[in-house]
Design a protein around this ligand. Structure first.
Ligand SMILES: [Ca+2]
Length: 97
């Protein structure tokens, strides 16, 4: 006899995009879904997000961040070259045993 125990967990994070003046940025998707393994390491990328902005130059430069509560397990980096945000693992919790 064998048992298969599958632990599933979900997390919802709120990503904030900020910019400089004039036109507001808009995320290219309202919701991003990502699946990650329990073996993900700290610093590993979970997903990337992007927004568009009708401004040009530095006014179109975007900064992505997370709400404070979501920073417990994730952190967000902004890739200036592509104007995208990357969600990364900040902390892992493995207290199942
Ligand atoms: Ca703008």
């Amino acid at each position: 006899m064998a048992w298969f125990v599958i632990y599933l967990a979900t997390a919802t994070v709120t990503i904030i995009v900020t910019d400089v003046n004039d036109h507001k940025p808009h995320f290219t998707q309202k919701v991003y879904h990502a699946t990650m393994s329990e073996n993900y390491a700290v610093g590993q990328s979970v997903t990337s997000v992007s927004a568009t902005d009708d401004d040009i130059g530095s006014n179109a430069a975007l900064t992505y961040s997370l709400k404070e509560f979501d920073r417990k397990y994730f952190h967000m980096i902004t890739v200036q070259a592509t104007n995208t945000g990357v969600l990364k693992v900040f902390r892992v919790s493995r207290k199942l045993s």
